[in-house]
Design a protein around this ligand. Structure first.
Ligand SMILES: [Zn+2]
Length: 198
């Protein structure tokens, strides 16, 4: 292959890689509440009011617990469906219960009004609170541009699960059983058995 052809191929490969990895979603600025800025994709607009209500209702409690005094609003992006969301995070093989994540201090969430097959609307709203907790932890750690790896995963997930009130008696019973079965490293198991996670 001639040099010019090789350069052209390389250029096209880079261009296609960049355009494929960039989100093609047309984000619509829907609302600015006291502590959040909401963007929705087409056909996800109706999910913003219930999500805004859920997040604002949790904001004071979570930021007080974490002692976060944020200077600005947290961005929230609402995806229209689970397929579009999985495409955006680059995980087409993700499970149907994977409905949210954070990018720095931005929350990404599937529309609670179109949650897909695995979860109901309230579970997705709760997942939004879970992801907001991660965003607040990222804010606290100054990790604004990427996911926060400065905190152990078990602690980060423990905080998010606690604040989103996902640690139901049933969940705790299952975790206690897994600890008893030796499913966790000793340091994590010890934490699970104390009152630090309730
Ligand atoms: Zn999490």
């Amino acid at each position: 292959m001639k040099l010019a052809s090789r350069v052209a191929c390389w250029f096209l490969a880079v261009v296609s890689l960049v355009s494929c990895s960039r989100s093609r979603i047309n984000w619509i600025l829907m609302d600015e509440t006291e502590h959040f800025t909401f963007y929705a994709a087409n056909s996800a607009e109706a999910a913003v009011p219930p999500l805004a209500h859920e997040l604002e209702a949790s904001y004071d409690r979570i930021t007080k617990d974490l002692q976060v005094a944020a200077a600005g609003r947290f961005p929230v992006y609402v995806f229209p469906d689970i397929e579009t969301y999985h495409q955006a995070i680059g995980r087409l093989d993700a499970s149907a219960s994977s409905v949210g994540t954070v990018q720095g201090t931005a929350v990404w969430l599937v529309s609670p009004l179109n949650p897909g097959g695995a979860l109901d609307s309230q579970s997705v709203l709760t997942a939004g609170v879970h992801e907001f907790t991660h965003a607040a932890v990222n804010y606290l750690n100054g990790s604004l541009d990427q996911n926060n790896y400065q905190i152990p995963i078990w602690l980060n997930e423990g905080l998010a699960g606690y604040e989103a009130r996902q640690m139901t008696p049933d969940w705790r019973a299952r975790i206690a059983q897994r600890v008893a079965d030796g499913a966790f490293p000793p340091s994590v198991a010890t934490s699970c058995l104390t009152d630090s996670i309730r």
